[in-house]
Design a binder for this molecule. Structure first.
Ligand code: 0A1
Ligand code: ZN
Length: 865
């Protein structure tokens, strides 16, 4: 029936029907108390649940509990066997009166749970993942975020296999039982929604530490891992303590339990999960040392540890009323983790990295078939909405509010929000209202950012006459699926004028609120030619179009006092030349080469900034700017630009290879020097591949840290040189037993652009170490590959075939992860006709596959629709 479903006119099958935000209704029953009893075994776990249910409001409807692949073994109401029915997956139980104790019993099979939602097994551990709707795979429950309960959890398990038993809150009792088993009881004093429930059982060892909160309470901290991994937990522990302190200092938020546990697991669908008092992490966001993790990994670990910790307030103490409000916790928490990382390292470089990510992932999403507002109006499968739009654009919305309100009032707004809604399930509207009330600022128009999808296009032109500079601004918001004729947004643009002659700023930076479709802003007393510096710090997530000339961009790239705007000027200079070349013009490199040279020679700039500013935009970023993408032309233009830069200043790059940065120095400065040195290595190989291969190989051999090793392999991966094979073989032999490091081996090859890279990826998909069941390994190969525009979009269509085969196969095991691989094919309309057809064909083949999950169905049908 899949082909009829692909017809947009055909109604979706009931199990694939959308849910709408407008249909929200409060829960019919509340559940103040939950008691769970787990008889944990990998093959068969028995779950007994006792729910205290209370009728909510005046109605006589039965109690409806959600289940997923569950069958009740027994159902009791107030101790008596109950009459119950199953309506689809829902368990329906009549309740007399306004309060009852409802007991159910089910059996689940963690070992057979390949979806990694609910209770599952990973590397000998048993662990849970409940967000968004995984709790219903453990026991029958309303499983919606606006039902908050106090939990008491008892776990029984084999003591030798599972010596450690953890759940949310505090451990209140432990003891031994017969047959080598033992038990533990945990209680969480804070009412929480079911998606924050967690338990872990396994043979784990703790890295223990503690933190004294601002009110002087001692909190015990523990990061639980396999014994051999303990030495790799120090960085995560430091990040946790730094985050706890930062949240006190910047938001006045103190941790509330006496215990904070983190567990690392190897099989995990996303990055990590903020379960109350028991965060569960994908091990790649915990484990690190210089031998096995890159600087990037270290930064990501600190960011994710902070993110999950910050959720304790923005997510757990104040949670979401329904899943349409997801950005309430995610946008705010991403913003908080971004600011934390900015404060811990280089503020401007972190901002550049965050904007690059937004542009690489969110802009294409906003500009394609899966575009949706930050607060979506409907979904078929909520797991598909853990997107860059909800997370990263959501974070930009919060950042814009801070810009508009200024820091002090923003803080007053967040204080009011936490105070008003502590212990509640709130909405995005509640957040904006708190900001409005605390600051006295009208945010009515700003709210459109939550409603309207699509990246606004802002045009800005500056004219000068008679001592007055006039800035003409206009905005438009492109149509997106289901939305057209959009209203103007409230767009905060930080603007400054710079003297064309000296490069110095003239007057103060101004915050211009663009609220109309067209608007003019004037600057008096401007008596000399000036340059326009606009959207400084990337104050608004828009696509900016200006009529600034190359010459002006070159000056801005050399002198803008806003580091982001300076970076932006050099990137725009490159992008203009690249898109013109793809369109058939000769490649203009002169201004770019000069801008790069000036940046590199400027002693006032730090190495990390230089490395960011001189990197040529990626092929997919270039593609994003084009009406129609021909990946071969994009590749050719980008290579030509890199070559012009590399050939124009080979000595400059060779000199940079001598930058000192010892592997155990994790300071922002040392990281920056490594980054620049590795960019220089790549440029050296672009200038002269043969010498480059030798240099990269020796860089690899001498490396005392993973950043350099990976950078050297990255350079070698594109070269047809004997050194490449030697280094990759060596790396494999050395790290074959370290799963996280072996993921790098897979993704580096998946991102290679050398001749034969496609065949290599095909071969890797059959490699004995490739494992479809492990999300990290699958992503390392397939998402690495799909981001490699030139190779993935090979004119033969073999890349599409491989990805489609993989999606179909993965969907049978893990629909969430399979669905995340669909968007690269969903961009089909953007490509030249031949590829367009091939991509569409691949999507249609997926659509026709038997028994497609809701997750993949939604992504594929929307991509084709
Ligand atoms: N709330 C988590 C993200 C998350 C969502 C779903 C998951 O299920 C597989 C896992 C994690 C966060 O924002 O970190
Ligand atoms: Zn989050």
């Amino acid at each position: 029936m899949a082909d009829t479903r692909m017809n947009p006119e055909a109604p979706p099958t009931p199990e694939h029907a959308p849910v709408f935000r407008k249909d929200y209704e409060p829960p019919r029953f509340l559940i103040p108390e939950v008691e769970l009893d787990f008889d944990l075994r990998a093959a068969k776990t028995r779950v007994k649940s006792a729910l205290t249910v209370t009728r909510n409001g005046d109605h006589d409807e039965p109690l409806r509990l959600a289940g997923d692949e569950l069958r009740p073994l027994s159902v009791k109401v107030d101790g008596e066997d109950a009459r119950w029915t199953l309506d689809g997956d829902d368990l329906v139980i009549p309740i007399e009166g306004d309060r009852a104790i409802v007991e159910t019993e089910v059996e689940i099979a963690p070992d057979a749970n390949s979806q990694l939602m609910g209770l599952y097994a990973s590397g000998g551990l048993l662990c849970t993942q409940c967000e968004s709707e995984g709790f219903r795979r453990i026991t029958f429950h309303p499983d919606r975020p606006d039902v908050l309960s106090r939990y008491k959890v008892t776990m029984h398990a084999d003591k030798a296999r599972y010596p450690v038993l953890l759940a949310n809150g505090n451990e209140v009792e432990t003891g031994d039982e017969d047959d080598g088993r033992h038990y533990a009881v945990w209680e969480d004093p804070f009412p929480k929604p079911s998606y924050l429930f967690a338990l872990v059982a396994g043979d784990l060892k703790p890295n223990r530490d503690h933190f004294t909160t601002m009110s002087g309470r001692k909190v015990d901290l523990a990061i639980w891992v396999r014994e051999k991994d303990l030495p790799r937990t120090a960085h995560a522990m430091k990040a946790l303590k730094d985050s706890m302190k930062w949240d006190e200092e910047v938001y006045g938020r103190e941790y509330d339990l006496d215990l904070f546990n983190i567990v690392a697991v190897d099989d995990f669908n996303f990055g990590a999960m903020e379960n109350k008092g028991l965060n569960i992490f994908n091990s790649r966001y915990i484990l690190a040392d210089q031998e096995t993790a890159t600087d990037n990994d270290f930064d990501n670990i600190a960011g994710v540890v902070a993110h999950e910790y910050f959720h304790n307030w923005s997510g757990n103490r104040v949670t979401c009323r329904d899943w349409f409000q997801l950005s309430l916790k995610e946008g705010f928490t991403v913003f908080r983790d971004q600011c934390f990382s900015q404060d811990m390292g280089s503020e401007s470089v972190k901002r550049i990295e965050d904007v690059r990510l937004l542009r690489a992932v969110q802009f294409p999403e906003d500009n394609g078939p899966l575009a949706h507002p930050v607060r979506p109006e409907s979904y078929i499968e909520i797991s598909n909405f853990y997107t860059a739009t909800v997370y990263n654009k959501g974070a930009e919305l919060i950042r814009m509010m801070r810009t508009i309100l200024r820091e002090e009032k923003f803080r007053a707004g967040s204080d009011l929000y936490f105070e008003r809604h502590d212990g509640e399930a709130a909405t995005c509207e509640d957040f904006v209202k708190a900001m409005e009330d605390a600051s006295g600022t009208d945010l009515s128009q700003f709210r459109r950012w939550y409603e309207q999808a699509g990246t606004p296009i802002v045009k800005a032109n500056l004219a000068q006459a008679d001592g007055i500079a006039t800035l003409k601004l206009s905005q438009s918001i492109p149509d997106t699926p289901g939305q057209s004729d959009k209203q103007p947004m409230a767009i905060p643009l930080k603007v400054a004028l710079l003297s064309e002659q000296s490069g110095n700023r003239i007057g103060e930076e101004r915050l211009v609120m663009l609220t109309e479709a067209e608007q003019t802003e004037t600057f008096d007393g401007v008596d000399e030619p000036v340059l326009l510096s606009i959207n400084r710090g990337f104050s608004a997530p828009v696509r900016l179009q200006t009529d600034r000339e190359d010459r002006e961009l070159q000056l801005l790239a050399a002198s803008d006092d806003d580091p982001f705007a300076r970076y932006e000027a050099s990137q725009e200079l490159m992008m203009r030349a690249l898109t013109a070349a793809v369109g058939g013009d000769p490649l203009r490199t002169e201004a770019v080469v000069e801008a790069v040279r000036k940046t590199l020679e400027n002693e006032a700039l730090d190495p990390a900034f230089k490395a960011e500013a001189i990197v040529v935009p990626s092929e997919s970023m270039i593609g994003e700017q084009l009406e129609e993408i021909d990946p071969d032309k994009v590749h050719e233009a980008r290579i030509a630009m890199r070559k012009s830069i590399a050939d124009a200043m080979p000595e400059l790059f060779t000199d940079l290879l001598d930058l000192e940065a010892s592997g155990d120095d994790l300071s922002p400065d040392a990281k920056g020097r490594r980054k620049l040195r590795n960019v220089a290595l790549a440029m050296t190989a672009t200038h002269d591949p043969k010498t480059g291969a030798a240099k990269a190989k020796s860089h690899y051999d001498k490396a005392d840290n993973m950043t350099d090793r990976v950078a050297a392999l990255g350079v070698l991966s594109h070269l047809d040189a004997p050194e490449r094979e030697a280094a990759f073989d060596h790396f494999y032999d050395r790290y074959r037993n370290d799963t996280l490091v072996l993921d790098k081996w897979f993704s580096l090859q998946a991102m290679s652009q050398r001749e034969g890279a496609l065949e290599a990826v095909e071969a890797l998909s059959c490699h004995p170490d490739f494992n479809l069941k492990n999300p990290n390994r699958l992503r390392a190969l397939m998402l690495g590959f799909a981001s490699n525009q030139f190779v993935f979009h090979h004119a033969s269509g073999r890349g599409y075939k491989l990805l489609a085969d993989m999606i179909i196969a993965a969907d049978k095991l893990n629909p969430q992860v399979a669905a995340r691989m669909v968007p690269p094919l969903g961009r089909w309309r953007r490509f030249e006709p031949k590829r367009r057809e091939l991509m569409k064909g691949a999507l249609e083949r997926i659509a026709a596959a038997d028994g497609l999950s809701k997750d993949v169905f939604e992504q594929v049908s929307k991509s084709l629709g």
